[in-house]
Write a protein that binds this ligand. Structure first.
Ligand code: NDP
Length: 312
């Protein structure tokens, strides 16, 4: 029987995750198919129920369902429970288990971005959705001392901060209103900026006007394609990384959970690059950008080597 793995989101568009996972299944001779399920919030519970069937190895969950799915599965791993968001589902018999592999993907990307510098202790996070939760969880775990969360709807950022209140009791974790003057003032004090909003996914919008960006920031944009934020941050003299490495490594971790086999990382990286070059859109719904350098090392756009036309 051909087993099924699905990506559940809205929209899901054409999937870079599909290219990456299908290439890995095929290379390891695993008889499985990766499918895209575009499901609205109203259709989500039924979609999750379907996954109990033996045909399914599991699923990925993406924008905007990661938080909601946490309450629809039977069990959460400790990490997914602590985060309150799920991006990967596995099956144990008829029971569904929710995992969060975004943490692993983000950690690999953060290490890559920071490079040989000292890990910063202060971060500004834009966004308070399922992706942002994994980011804030990781920053707390990594010993950051001050993390400021800005979100368009402040109440969601406040809910995120309340969610992590206990684990962040030793540090300064705060929600702040989305006002340019406040963002500018916090950016002047920080070393790390993470964009975990979906602003820039479509069109040429940016969450932070370029003139607010100080030089020498480390900027991690979870969006995979070349965005205006990445372009303007590079122009401001910042070191910039897009979401490709995170996408690859969260995907590899999910693959290992579904199959019990080691993910063929290089092959998945190549499949992503090929799909990107072919103009597909990523699993997270982002339009694919220009074909960037394939290696992790090359994906960081250092200020000295900025190409304003293409990030990563
Ligand atoms: P959610 O739908 O859970 O959250 C979306 C976030 O974007 C919210 O904070 C929302 O704010 C904000 N937002 C949306 N539109 C606007 C706008 N016009 N102005 C300001 N803020 C806006 O999505 P996720 O958290 O799952 O994903 C967020 C982003 O991170 C996506 O772009 C996704 O592709 C990316 N991502 C990439 C990953 C990777 O592996 N590279 C992994 C995970 C996420 P509000 O609450 O006010 O609506």
């Amino acid at each position: 029987m051909t087993r099924r793995v699905v990506l559940i989101g809205h929209p899901v568009a054409h999937s870079l995750s599909g290219a990456m996972h299908q290439a890995a299944f095929d290379a390891l001779k695993i008889d499985a198919r990766y499918e895209l399920w575009d499901r609205t919030a109203a259709q989500l519970a039924d979609a999750i129920e379907e996954l109990r069937d033996d045909a399914f190895l599991g699923a990925n969950v993406t924008v905007p369902h990661k938080e909601r799915v946490a309450s629809l599965v039977d069990r959460l791993t400790d990490e997914a429970h602590a985060i309150g968001a799920v991006n990967t589902i596995t099956r144990e018999g008829k029971k569904l288990v929710g995992h969060n592999t975004d943490v692993h993907g983000f950690m690999v990307a953060l290490d890559q971005l920071v490079g040989r510098q000292k890990m910063p202790r202060y971060a500004v996070v834009l966004g308070a959705g399922g992706g942002a939760r994994a980011i804030v969880f990781t920053l707390i775990r990594e010993g950051f001392q001050r993390v400021i969360v800005f979100n368009r709807h402040l109440h969601r950022a406040e809910a995120l901060v309340r969610h992590f209140a206990r684990s962040a009791s030793h540090m300064d974790l705060r929600a702040m209103p989305w006002h340019e003057s406040i963002i500018e003032s916090e950016l002047a004090k920080t070393k790390l900026l993470v964009n975990a909003t979906s602003v820039g996914l479509a069109g040429d919008a940016t969450p932070v006007p370029g003139e607010l960006l100080p030089p020498d920031l480390l900027v991690l944009d979870l969006i995979y394609s070349a965005t205006r934020l990445q372009r303007e941050a590079a122009a401001a003299g910042d070191t910039v990384l897009d979401g490709e490495i995170m996408l690859l490594h969260q995907g590899a971790a999910a693959f290992e959970l579904w199959t019990g086999q080691q993910a063929p990382l290089e092959l998945m990286r190549d499949a992503l690059a090929t799909a990107r070059a072919g103009g597909l859109r990523s699993a997270e719904g982002e339009p694919a950008g220009d074909t960037g350098p394939a290696g992790d090392e090359a994906a960081v756009t250092a200020p000295a080597a900025v190409d304003h036309g293409a990030s990563g």
